[in-house]
Design a protein around this ligand. Structure first.
Ligand code: NAD
Ligand code: DAU
Length: 336
């Protein structure tokens, strides 16, 4: 199979590409990534010289570029990870989220349609469902109720994906996963930010009362779920991905502090995120039933492994925090 992966220099995309090349020896991957602040070619250093892997620096919202990429080569499948992914940034610059997450997705869907792609997996998020009260879980039929510019842009992209399925019969699947954690996560997201701050003896900024609840899934378990959807997901279907382990943010941070042997006095409650969703919980029974997926990594084990990875790979995140990671590819690709 020849696959186009977008956003492959980010956290989940990089983990996905490496796992896929490892597991499918005869497949080839083209990675289209704009190298925004979140895209880091270091994440793919292991495969950079693999003849089955090609990197293209470009914006998914540039429909002329996307169209020419599809015209040059035949892709059997597309997996669309590329997105502006951070909720806090979406509150600052919503328009960028619309451009990439909505217009970018549409540009890919259209090119995929024009060139007869056999499977298009669009990576969405549980955040499109909004915020839950104390009871219940998100199922695939829960009405969409996004509450941040990020989740609104992802919900719009999901609607476009289904519009291309219903109107043009493009074989699209949409996945909606809970919070991921693991190696190569950009240190603006909760876990890597807290690890980096704790190691530096800095305060850990907990939004509001810290009782917001999330489900935490190890990135490798998410990537295996995407592989199953790619292989056997039914076109036009949504697949929720979650692990049934919801936990308040404060408890996650306390677990981290124990693993890092740092004091709880580092915790500092700060002003809450505007519109902060209180609780997410996923019913992932459909993907288990239809595609046989189940998670392998329990949170305590995955968290310990992740802390170990950040301790063993300090130079990876220290270069990001210092801004050094952007210097060498700014020379290659220009400043973005
Ligand atoms: P990330 O921010 O780490 O990476 C995003 C990647 O997309 C980067 O490499 C960036 O350079 C690239 N990109 C951004 N704009 C682009 C554009 N216009 N054209 C081409 N490339 C562009 O994100 P992530 O955490 O790896 O998330 C990947 C996908 O998974 C996103 O679609 C996100 O909405 C979704 N998702 C993330 C999580 C999570 O917990 N991280 C959970 C569920 C779903
Ligand atoms: O649920 C899936 C989503 O998970 C993905 O779609 C998003 O791309 C991804 O960024 C993530 O969104 P969250 O907003 O849940 O992740 P974040 O790591 O930003 O925050 C996790 C929780 O921790 C959230 O309740 C906000 C809180 N938080 C976050 C930061 C960065 C803090 O309390 N302090 C912080 O400094």
């Amino acid at each position: 199979m020849k696959m186009l992966v977008t956003g492959g220099c980010g956290f989940i995309g990089a983990n996905f590409i490496k796992a896929h090349l490892n597991n499918f020896a005869s497949d080839t991957i083209v990675n289209l990534d704009a190298l925004t602040y979140a895209g880091n070619p270091d994440n793919l250093a292991d495969v950079a010289h693999d003849p089955r892997y090609t990197f293209v620096c470009g914006d998914i919202a540039n429909s002329a570029l996307v169209e020419s990429l599809f015209a040059e080569q035949i892709f059997d499948a597309v997996v669309n990870f590329a997105a502006e992914s951070h909720v806090d940034r979406s509150i600052e610059t919503p328009q960028l989220f619309l451009k990439t997450n909505v217009m970018g997705t549409q540009s890919l869907l259209h090119a995929a349609l024009n060139h007869g792609v056999k499977k298009f997996v669009h990576i969405s998020t549980d955040e499109v469902y909004g915020s839950l009260g104390p009871e219940g879980k998100f199922t695939e039929t829960t009405p969409l109720s996004p509450r941040s510019p990020y989740s609104a842009s992802k919900a719009a992209a999901d609607h476009l994906a289904f519009a291309y399925f219903n109107t043009y019969h493009l074989p699209v699947c949409v996945t909606r996963c809970s919070n991921n954690y693991g190696p190569y996560q950009f240190p603006e997201k909760l876990l890597p930010l807290m690890i980096a701050n704790a190691l530096a003896g800095k305060e850990l900024p907990v939004y509001g009362d810290g009782m917001h609840r999330r489900e935490w899934i190890y990135v490798g378990d998410h990537c295996r779920a995407i592989e199953l959807v790619l292989e056997n997901g039914r076109p036009g279907e949504i697949y929720n991905i979650g692990i049934d382990n919801e936990i308040p943010n404060l408890e996650v941070i306390r677990k981290l502090l124990v693993l890092l042997d740092r004091p709880e006095s580092l915790i500092r409650h700060v002003k809450d995120r505007p519109g902060h969703d209180r609780r997410y919980a996923i019913d992932a029974s459909k993907i288990a039933r239809e595609l046989g997926w189940k998670p392998f990594v329990q949170f305590d084990d995955g968290l310990a492994a992740t802390v170990r990875w950040y301790l063993d790979n300090r130079s990876w995140w220290e270069k990001i925090i210092s801004g050094e990671y952007r210097q060498y590819y700014a020379r290659m690709y220009g400043n973005r």
